[in-house]
Design a protein around this ligand. Sequence first.
Ligand SMILES: Cc1cc2nc3c(=O)[nH]c(=O)nc-3n(C[C@H](O)[C@H](O)[C@H](O)COP(=O)(O)O)c2cc1C
Length: 169
Amino acid sequence: MTKVLVAFATRFGSTREIASAIAAELIAEGIEAVAAEATSSLNPDDYDAFVIGSPLYGRKWMSVAGMFAAITSERINGKPVVLFSVGTLGVGSPEAGRTEHDEFVARLKEVAPKLNVISDEVFTGYFERSNLPWYLRIIDRFAPTPQGDHRDWAAIHAWANLVATKFKG
Ligand SMILES: Cc1cc2nc3c(=O)[nH]c(=O)nc-3n(C[C@H](O)[C@H](O)[C@H](O)COP(=O)(O)O)c2cc1C
């Protein structure tokens, strides 16, 4: 049976819940999956395929997730990898959210050319204005992001289902 690691980074917890939902969907599709915070204690040899995800902060993934992806790519001999980002830029403009994600994935592939990315996606996350540092609150005034939970669980489950099909195929 395919064994999948869903490795994630998170600061406030919304990406952890998305990673858990992805793992649950993979399990429902008959795949052995586990969601775990991306750390160096995870052994990539234990898995056949990888889902790696992070929230976007300042147009970039959290460094633990990027480092995990880059280091893992050196050890997994081209095993399949799917990537997901979480952010709130896409709440107001799905195109801008997608572009930011695409730009990050392109940079990640430059530093980790061995990463065999077979799919990637960006999901809208959870926005809490009080989490922003003062200078970003000023920027946010010009195009305010609606406060609250923007996670689209139907889209997350649908993508995870597609990923299950790819991992099984
Ligand atoms: C300081 C700060 C910077 C952020 N920068 C971005 C960004 O560049 N792009 C984006 O789409 N979302 C951005 N966000 C929104 C987060 O990605 C979103 O809240 C996400 O759901 C947080 O995930 P977490 O709860 O797993 O930490 C930012 C949020 C904060 C607080």
